[in-house]
Design a protein around this ligand. Sequence first.
Ligand code: PLP
Length: 386
Amino acid sequence: MPTPSRRFDALPPYPLAGMKEVRRRLESEGVDVIDLGAGDADLAPPPAVVERLREVAGDPRFSRYPFQLGLPEFREEIAAWMERRFGVRLDPWEEILPLIGSKDGIAHLPLAFLNPGDVAVVPDPGYQAYVGGVVLAGGDPHRVALLPEHDFLVPLGELPAEVASRTRLLYLNYPNNPTTATAPDAYYREAVAFCRERDAILVHDHAYSELAFNGYRPRSVLEFDEAREVTLEFHSVSKTYNMTGWRLGWVAGDRRLVAALSRVKSFMDTGQFLGVQAAGVAALQSWATWVPDNVRTFERRRDVAAEALGRAGFAVTVPRATMYLWIPIPHGGPSGPFARRALEEEGVIVMPGAALGAGGEGFFRVALTVAEERLLDAAGRLGRLL
Ligand SMILES: Cc1ncc(COP(=O)(O)O)c(C=O)c1O
C-alpha cells in the first residue's frame, strides 16, 4: 500500500467505526433498530420539487454541463429568496454561487485561502467538514470547545493572541449542530469585527436557518453592517426541504470571496445537475406554503422527544432551533461506550458527542428524524440504559 499523505494522516479518525456492522448484525437478528444518528429526516420533499424534476428530467437542455454558472433561474431565485427572508440584496451573478450541497463549498473553501501555518478556527464539537477541509488544504485547525458556560459560542476574546493573529477562517454555525445553540446579534457583530480586524473570513454555516421554533427567525450574518466584505454564508436545501440526498446549496457573500471559491471548484467539479437546480427553484418558491408546516412537524417531534427523554431520566434542554437534542450523558462517562450500549442493548442509534470532536465528550445527540411514536419508543429504550 503506498504511503498516504501527511494531510491524509492528519484527518480525524472515523468516529463511528464498527457501528454499521453492529447494526447489520442486529437487523439480521430481527432487532427493530431506531436510527437517531444522522441529521437525515424520514420526510418527503415538497411535491412541487419532485414535479419540477419530473418535468425537466427528459429535456436535453437540462442534461448539459452546468459549470459554475449553474441554472440562471436558480441564482435569481436565491437572490429573491435572500431578499424576502433576510432583507439582504445580492447580485445573483457575483455574490451567489450554487453548490453541490453546502458541504461542497464548506470543505473546498480552505483550498482558496489557507497557506501552511494559517489557522482556521473551528467549533468543537462541530460539523466534521470544517476540520476535514482545513486539514486537506494543509491549514492548521484550531479547535475551540463549545461549552455550556459560554452558551456554546466560540469565545473570540479568549483566543490566544498568537492564534488570533494567524486566523484566516473563522467557522461559525448558528443555529448550531450539534449543541442546538443560537447566537445573539451582539455575537455576530463581534465576529464581524474580529474578522475585519484580521482580514479573516467569517464562514457562517447556515444549514439550519429555517429549522427554528416558537416564532424564532434566525438572521443572516449578511444583515449586519460591514459584514459582507468578510463573510461567506453557506445555505442548504437539505434540512429545510427534506432534500439531503439531492445535494443542493449555495454560498452568498463578498464577490471576491465567492469568485475564489468558484475558481477552486472549477478545477474539481462541473456543477450540480441542472434538473436538481430547477427543482431547487421550486423549493425556494414553495417556502411560504410548505416550510412552516414542515417545521411544525419537527417542533412536535422536539416536544415529544424532549418530554419523553426527560421522563426517562435525561436532562434535556428544549432547543429553539435545529433537528437535534444535545443531551449530557447522565452520571458523566464517555459518549462512545454509551452510544455503543444504546445500539447493542436497545437497538437505538444516537450520535456520541465525541464523534463530532473532543469538545463534544460527555454529551450525545438525538436527531429528530423519525415519527413521534418511534421517538417515544426510543426514549423508553434509552431510559432503560440508566
Ligand atoms: C452544520 C451542518 N452544516 C452543513 C451540513 C451539510 O449540508 P449539505 O447537505 O448542504 O451538504 C450539515 C449536514 O448535516 C450540517 O449539519
